[in-house]
Design a binder for this molecule. Structure first.
Ligand SMILES: *Cc1c(COP(=O)(O)O)cnc(C)c1O
Length: 366
């Protein structure tokens, strides 16, 4: 690391404020770590309709010196293809703005809401589904702007589950997070709170003892962490996950299926095994949302099904996430399952196991 960040002390490196302050945001800065490819250079200076660049020094250290095909590099460094929009790609594919009764709230399902606490992230993923709201002026919301959202939840007794996301809520100072959790915990019908974050993967330094000691006061609290590739599971990330798990916070992973990054059974199995070793339970595998300029990331649905087929039965059931497509237009997450049920025949259901062998189960009603 000294090669790329000369003179940085261990103390600075492990300080999350230092990491955010010294994040990589320009092409000039990128060139200190990697030789940009034609595809990466040609996006420079183009008015992209999507996202700025932002990469923590820590995450950059996993990318420095790499070639353009390196998986983590593709997730955070823009390429020319990002400027190309295909039919069906839209800025807010999940119609979150339509399902937003008040600012910062998306209420799509009967008993739970999404609370978008901030628009800031410590790293911007090029395939971000919330490209329409992150890293924009309007998203620097802060405590006062939450009031309407808190009031909405208070007035809707059916809301028993609040997903705090953004942007990335763990980029906020402890006292902002604590303020929000305190306010949510004051609402009697809010049973569980979940935090959605990529911070443990891109800024593990943020997971301090004081953060988890604060979070553990607001149980039952869950954390959904965005992990993409086994290369993210470094000793630093292991330490961060250990602190979260030891604070009694169950962790689930959310992974977006990305072409040339993780669209491979062996890579995905590796990731799921690595997550389980870190006490993170694989939760969702997402088909890439059709935001503008995401075509180069998108795999056919059959690829996700192939990956699920390659996991189910071949490894611990705990390591098999649910493969879902978040339906464009705001239909919510729809599970995609390989065909294991082959239909009925003479009072028997025909079922295929993970090895492709067919079995019969007595089932008259079918
Ligand atoms: C994903 C999502 C949730 C949470 O869904 P679960 O399946 O319960 O994890 C809630 N609200 C919105 C708008 C979502 O996109």
């Amino acid at each position: 690391m000294d090669e790329y960040f000369p003179g940085v002390s261990d103390k600075e490196w492990s300080n999350w404020h230092w990491q955010i302050k010294n994040s990589i945001r320009t092409t000039d800065q990128l060139e200190r770590f990697i030789r940009l490819s034609e595809n990466e250079i040609s996006v420079v200076g183009k008015k992209s309709h999507t996202l700025p660049i932002r990469i923590t020094p820590y995450y950059m250290s996993l990318i420095a010196g790499s070639d353009p095909e390196q998986p983590l590099r593709k997730t955070v460094i823009p390429v020319f293809d990002e400027l190309l929009s295909a039919p069906g790609e839209i800025l807010d594919p999940l119609s979150e703005e339509h399902h937003s009764p008040v600012p910062n709230i998306v209420h799509r399902y009967p008993d739970r809401v999404l609370f978008l606490a901030t628009g800031f992230c410590s790293a911007y993923c090029r395939y971000c589904t919330r490209t329409h709201m992150v890293a924009k002026d309007k998203c620097h919301v802060g405590i006062k702007a939450w009031e309407e959202g808190l009031q909405y939840i208070d007035e809707h007794p059916e809301v028993r589950d609040v997903v705090v996301s953004g942007g990335d809520p763990l980029t906020m100072p402890d006292f902002h997070i604590e303020y929000l959790l305190t306010r949510l915990r004051r609402i009697p019908h809010v049973e569980i709170i979940r935090i959605g974050s990529k911070v443990p993967a891109v800024l593990p330094q943020r997971i301090t003892k004081s953060l988890v000691n604060m979070l553990r006061k607001y149980h039952p609290l869950f954390m959904s962490i965005h992990f993409t590739h086994p290369d993210e599971l470094t000793p630093e990330v292991t330490e961060a996950c250990e602190k979260i798990a030891n604070a009694g916070i169950p962790m689930g992973s959310q992974t977006v299926l990305l072409k040339g990054v993780n669209d491979d059974i062996a890579i995905m199995k590796n990731l799921m095994h690595g997550l389980l070793k870190n006490r993170v339970r694989p939760y969702y595998l997402y088909q890439c949302d059709p935001i503008p300029g995401s075509g180069h990331f998108r795999t056919p649905i059959s690829k996700g099904l192939e990956i699920i087929r390659g996991l189910r039965g071949h490894t611990s059931g705990y390591g098999v996430p649910q493969f879902v497509i978040d339906a464009p237009g705001g239909g919510g997450k729809i599970p995609m399952l390989p065909e294991y049920y082959l239909g009925h025949e003479e009072g028997f259901a025909r079922l295929m196991n993970y090895e492709g062998r067919v079995f019969r189960y007595p089932d008259d009603v079918g």
